[in-house]
Design a protein around this ligand. Sequence first.
Ligand code: SAM
Length: 276
Amino acid sequence: MTTPRTSAPHIAPEILEFYGETINEADRLTTSADGVLEMVRTQELLRRYLPDAPAGVLDVGGGPGVHAQWLVKDGYTVHLVDPVPRHIAQAAKTGATVELGDARALMAADDSYDVVLVLGPLYHLLDREDRLQALREAARVVRPGGLVAAAAIGRYASLFEHTATTWLGTKEGVRAAVADILSNGVHEPGRKGFTAAYFHTGDQLAREMAEAGLTGATVYGIEGPTWGALKATEQHTGELLAESPLFTAALEAARLAEPYPDLLAASSHMLAIAQA
Ligand SMILES: C[S@@+](CC[C@H](N)C(=O)[O-])C[C@H]1O[C@@H](n2cnc3c(N)ncnc32)[C@H](O)[C@@H]1O
């Protein structure tokens, strides 16, 4: 096993500003139907694999603690690491212990957690070597036989999102930013209301997990193939559709799509789950 790095890695200032000032990440999974879909599906996928409580969970890039909160309620002992001071202050209220830190240089000892969640850091690590380092760190601190779950944003998510917002047709800057994401996976900060981000294909996520020593990962579409229809309808009715028949249908579509890898491409986020 590798030893943790001692010097703190650099977090891009635009990422700190985005989460510290521009948006409130604490609201993201409750204020839109596709956000609620992400939450419900992440929970159901994780609960399928989590060991019985109590067990130790390290929530890396845990943000304001939306997942830490239900994990604590389910009886898990959760420690959350995030580089954004505002998130750490919010997460401290969930019952988890918290620490300001970086996925690429965890302070945790080797083999010290039953479960390591990496639900967010891969979104914002644009260099492949940085993403591999974050996954290697997860592999280092999880106990043998433990669980590592890592989330990624889907390569085609922006295409669907900005069809729903209609900006693909009305804002040339958004169309150009989406075209670049489709071709190389990279979103440069400041181009379309999001911060510096990386958009994975399913194969790429599986390969990065394997390269970091996490073998046998299964990659799931979190929201499934019809979240874009849900988002478009919500945008154009102005109503929160989290309890609508369309939401229920989109949730069922996500479940039905699981065995069909071609449909991964249509999901907004993907979740890779591996046994260490
Ligand atoms: C979209 S939020 C996800 C929050 C939460 N885990 C969830 O799934 O809802 C992405 C998170 O990754 C965190 N993050 C960004 N770069 C990181 C890094 N290098 N190490 C750890 N966390 C990072 C951000 O601060 C933010 O909290």
